[in-house]
Design a protein around this ligand. Structure first.
Ligand code: PLP
Length: 430
């Protein structure tokens, strides 16, 4: 039995996969309804099992930069697969991808590849703690660094608080050395802090740019306290430009995490930094870190195909399209009477939807994002757009990922759809 409709596939999924999904946001839990099941992707589109085609602004949450099934990526993966998919031995592909990364990110001298961004962030913490011999980690409320225990901590509002477990199954001890502080405020650090980890442009609480001086302030605070600064560039890396947020901000951290774009849609992460720091990793040093599938030949081939294809001009073009799209989207939504604020940093687009009326102010931290999200406007807009063939991320805290496969013409169509969808939302507002 092979039912070719979305509801039947999801019902089948529920029988064998907890909640029907392998990552919670996919379930539509925060927007309501039943997710469609993807059969395939084509550039800027996804096609569901019923044959319905949608303009896709999720793009695997940023893992896909060139659009789905890009021929060069497909060829690179197929060629790699034909030579064997995993060896547990050194391969050329991992060397080439590590070279790609180190050549583009100023100050990053060595990287070790992992299979996900979560692993990269988890490993970078161990490295920072191992190098400094200090226990504490400072993270920012609303920044996401994957689902390692120590980083699954949420904080109270407004003030620095000791981390509270952000999930059942995370014992208080696992986050006892995680301090959670508000984004865009430089915290006081002492000599118990191993590292400060930050999304240099926050892209997991809608889009929150760093305030002027924030990243430089973190750099200075870390230097004063002898703590390491970690940029989690899993989203911003190779998306804001070849040198990611490091180049964009002019602030150089000590350590980095990467993921998403560098795998070209296959499972990859990476972490690294100055050679003097990464020397602490096994086999040279005392910090253990490993992975059977790390540096996987298929994933490194896909990542290399993407990184060699996007030059500065491509990033410039993508940024220009995102700016034009964001301006159009903001006008369309507000013009239809739905208060919305559309933020951009380079190609990243953040959509904050309020209710009918005035747009929410641009957010500078999680509290402000939460206040806008509470209106429920995003959820209504999500479904009104989905019915019209456009998939936004199924949650108000995610950003939109127009990529190189979305041209101006297509994004203009999305803007037209948004105007109609917003009018429907306003007309049906409770
Ligand atoms: C997605 C993400 C991660 C986690 O990466 P996974 O590959 O999902 O494990 C970590 N940090 C940031 C900033 C991310 O956006």
């Amino acid at each position: 039995m092979c039912p070719e409709d979305n509801a039947a596939w999801f019902a089948r999924a529920l029988e064998v996969i907890p909640g029907g999904v392998d990552s919670p946001v996919r379930s539509f839990a925060s927007v309501g309804g039943t997710p469609f099941t993807v059969a395939r992707g084509e550039g800027p589109y996804v096609v569901d099992v019923e044959g319905r085609r949608y303009v896709d602004l999720v793009q695997s949450y940023g893992a896909v930069l060139l659009g789905h099934a890009h021929p060069e990526v497909v060829r690179a993966v197929a060629d790699a697969a034909a030579s064997g998919s995993s060896f547990g031995m050194p391969t050329r592909g991992e060397v080439v991808l590590a070279e790609d990364i180190c050549a583009r990110v100023p100050g990053c001298e060595r990287v070790r590849l992992t299979s996900s961004g979560t692993e990269a962030a988890m490993s970078v913490l161990r490295l920072a703690r191992g190098v400094t011999g200090r226990p504490r980690v400072v993270k920012f409320d609303g920044c996401y660094h994957g689902h390692a225990d120590a980083l699954l901590a949420g904080g109270g509002s407004g003030v620095a608080t000791l981390g509270l477990p952000g999930s059942a199954g995370v014992p208080p001890g696992a986050v006892a050395d995680t301090l959670v502080v508000p984004y865009n405020q430089v915290p006081e650090l002492d000599d118990s802090v191993a590292c400060v980890i930050v999304e240099p442009v926050a892209a997991n609480m809608s889009l929150v740019p760093p305030a002027p001086g924030f990243l430089a302030g973190l750099r200075a605070a870390c230097d004063r306290a002898g703590a390491l600064l970690v940029f989690d560039e899993v989203i911003t890396g190779f998306r804001l430009g070849p040198g990611g947020a490091t180049e964009w901000s002019g602030v150089t951290p000590d350590l980095w995490c990467f993921g998403k774009v560098i795998g070209g849609g296959l499972p990859v992460g990476a972490f690294g930094g100055r050679a003097e720091l990464t020397a602490a990793l096994a086999p040279n040093g005392p910090v253990y870190q490993a992975g059977t599938l790390s540096g996987n030949p298929l994933a490194t081939a896909a990542g290399h195909a993407v990184l060699t294809r996007v030059d500065r001009e491509a990033y410039g073009q993508l940024t220009a399209r995102a700016a034009r799209f964001a301006a159009g989207l903001g006008q369309a939504l507000n013009g239809a009477g739905l208060g919305a604020t559309v933020a951009t940093v380079g190609p990243l687009v953040g959509l904050l939807v309020g209710g009918p009326g005035e747009p929410p102010g641009p957010a500078t931290n999680l509290e402000e994002v939460r206040a806008a999200v509470a209106s429920g406007g995003y959820r209504a807009l999500f479904h009104a757009m989905l019915r019209r063939g456009v998939v936004l991320p199924p949650g108000p805290y995610e950003v939109l990922f127009p990529g190189l496969a979305h041209d101006d013409r297509l994004l203009d169509q999305v803007v037209e759809v948004a105007a109609a969808a917003a009018a429907e939302v306003v007309a049906g507002w409770p």
